[in-house]
Design a protein around this ligand. Sequence first.
Ligand SMILES: [Zn+2]
Length: 199
Amino acid sequence: MREFQRQFASEEACQAYLAACRWPDGFACPRCGHTHGYRLMEHRRWQCVACRYQVSLTAGTILHNTKTPLAVWFWAAYLTVTDKRGISALLLQRQLGLRRYETAWMLLHKLRRAMVNAAREPLHGEVEIDDTWIGGPQPGLRGSRQLKGRKAAIVLVAVEKAMSRVGSGWRWSRTSNRPRWSISSRTMSRGDRRSTPTA
Ligand SMILES: [Zn+2]
């Protein structure tokens, strides 16, 4: 967690990361194919040296046209994907040290929506599956007895490991132009546990 924060601490580091995702073998102009470009940090773009075509680093992703620093986005994505209980906007605001609650709410909303959209296609790569109960603890019961006759819903969450540790760094995998994180959740009651869940 600390290492993630350290690696994506600055706007520059996040942009370098997005560029590396877009051009794993180095810059290539989509218009003329020239392999030399320079970055325009302020605009989150790269410009081709030959034809001056500008490529946005965030086009096609939820990061596009945002005024929020990329480092904040990256950290928010990390917290949203890894928090098992489902992070709240308020907690996100505190963790990110944001002045405005609205910013935290917007980040969370966009990240969650991206996750839902991504869930429409099958997950691939390294996928983590976990289940959790929603409905809170039952008073007077402990351990597995909590589950007996419980009217809570089980939520099955499959997370494509979008930010997995690779060597000494992190990898934020992508499908074409957008970050490849996905979460799919399906609810079912306890009695239905073995039947096919319906979305
Ligand atoms: Zn070019």
